[in-house]
Design a protein around this ligand. Structure first.
Ligand code: ATP
Ligand code: MG
Length: 402
């Protein structure tokens, strides 16, 4: 019988959400995620998705599962995953399969216990009996083991389901969260730094599909700076799924700013103009929110008065998932999601190129609005939106190229 993957999404995640929407989205995301690897078939029952590699040989099957597991660990909405042996619902066969399938795992362990889950109540043995009998058989086959019901090294689980029984011994933690797409769409302001990719990860975890926009000011910012941001998009796709990306030309706006507005307001004005453009792109793409990587007090533009000035031009909620986090905590996540090494490459950002020497820490909205009124930015904003270059990062393609 075959080895398969059991994906558990748990009842908790379903509370308050439409169950079938959640399941359909998760299944769709999983399929897309594994598409480049080979053929798998999918079934769902009782808060579990059953993923079966379509192959006749055990070797290819194990290989496909080896490759699928790390990918699945990055799919939001999955609480836990296990590799399992599928077998006939006949106790003698279950026992025989369990001894063979778990041989290596149990050889390496000292203590174990057996757990049984019987959703098919027509199965002739009850759960405690399955545990007892199978425990005895596994002990006989592995005399070095002892049973420990409170803190076993290995928990052998037997699930008796509708059509088959499943045996597994290693439950691995999934990425948690909600399937990407179930919470709607949001527009991420993606710089080349450490923070904004982490913000994308955190909001994708809550079910948002992410579209990113990046403001580039050539020739002040280089092609390599833009490439770096595109690499960040690629690195995010395993978590966020396929992503649309806009590169917005920002040079004209920044030059006008520099020519006509007080230097101490540059950063905050730049932020507001980015926000206006991002909101326009977001409205066009049916996004319901903006996401930024801002964290309170981190830099001059991230004080409360500065954030208030930025929010004043936003036409939708601005989500700042890092607002209460320290840099070390953010760095930890960026390492985990593998964006850190890319983020620290030293290419200039449009913000750093135009950084004022003494940025205003507590800007007042009226003075900021007055400074901005010195230039008619509306046509430039329209132009930037119209000329934003769109690119799609398809997750399975990016993945295949890595
Ligand atoms: P990050 O590490 O994400 O670059 P940061 O600490 O450098 O953040 P800022 O440069 O002040 O902080 O940027 C704050 C937020 O503004 C970023 O997290 C990002 O969401 C947005 N942002 C900054 N620069 C750009 C840009 N060139 N294009 C798009 N968004 C940007
Ligand atoms: Mg930055």
């Amino acid at each position: 019988m075959r080895e398969i993957i059991l994906v558990k999404y748990g009842e908790m995640a379903l509370k308050g959400l439409n169950r079938s929407t959640f399941e359909d989205a998760l299944l769709r995301n999983i399929r897309y995620r594994l598409k480049a690897l080979g053929k798998f078939s999918y079934a769902k029952a009782q808060s579990t998705i059953y993923i079966t590699p379509e192959t006749d040989t055990d070797e290819v099957c194990a290989e496909l599962i080896d490759k699928a597991m790390p990918r699945l660990k990055k799919v939001f909405g999955i609480a836990a995953l296990c590799r399992a042996r599928e077998c006939e619902k006949d106790f003698a066969k279950i026992a025989e399969q369990a001894v063979a399938y778990l041989h290596e795992t149990l050889t390496a362990a000292k203590t174990f216990k057996v757990e049984a889950k019987r959703s098919d109540k027509a199965f002739p043995m009850k759960s405690p009996e399955i545990c007892r009998e199978l425990g005895g058989i596994l002990l006989e086959a592995n005399p070095h083991l002892t049973v420990n019901v409170t803190e076993p090294e290995i928990t052998v689980t037997v699930e008796i389901r509708d059509t088959h029984a499943y045996i597994h011994a290693a439950r691995e933690k999934g990425a948690g969260g909600l399937p990407v797409g179930t919470a709607g769409n949001a527009m991420l302001l993606l710089s080349g730094g450490i923070d904004s990719p982490v913000a994308a990860y955190m909001m994708a975890k809550r079910g948002l599909r992410i579209t990113a926009c990046h403001f580039a000011s050539p020739p002040y910012t280089s092609e390599r700076a833009r490439m770096k941001v595109e690499t960040l998009c690629e690195k995010l796709t395993p978590w966020c799924g396929s992503m649309a990306f806009y590169c917005v030309p920002f040079t004209e706006i920044q030059e006008e700013l520099q020519r006509n507005c007080p230097e101490e307001f540059f950063t905050i004005l730049m932020r507001r103009l980015m926000m206006e453009i991002a909101c326009k792109l977001a409205e066009r793409d049916q996004c319901g929110a903006i996401i930024t990587g801002e964290s309170l007090g981190q830099v001059a533009s991230q004080t409360l008065p500065a954030l208030a000035c930025t929010d004043a031009v936003a036409t939708m909620p601005v989500l700042r998932p890092l607002i209460g986090m320290d840099k070390v905590e953010i760095v930890e996540i960026s390492r985990k999601i593998d964006t850190f090494e890319t983020s620290i490459q030293p290419y200039e950002d449009c913000c750093t190129v135009f950084t004022p020497r003494h940025p205003k820490l507590r800007p007042h909205l009226p003075e900021i609005e007055e400074a901005q009124a010195a230039v008619d930015f509306a046509p430039m904003i329209e132009k930037a939106v119209a000329n934003a270059e769109k690119k799609i990062f398809a997750q399975h393609i990016s993945e295949a190229n890595m």
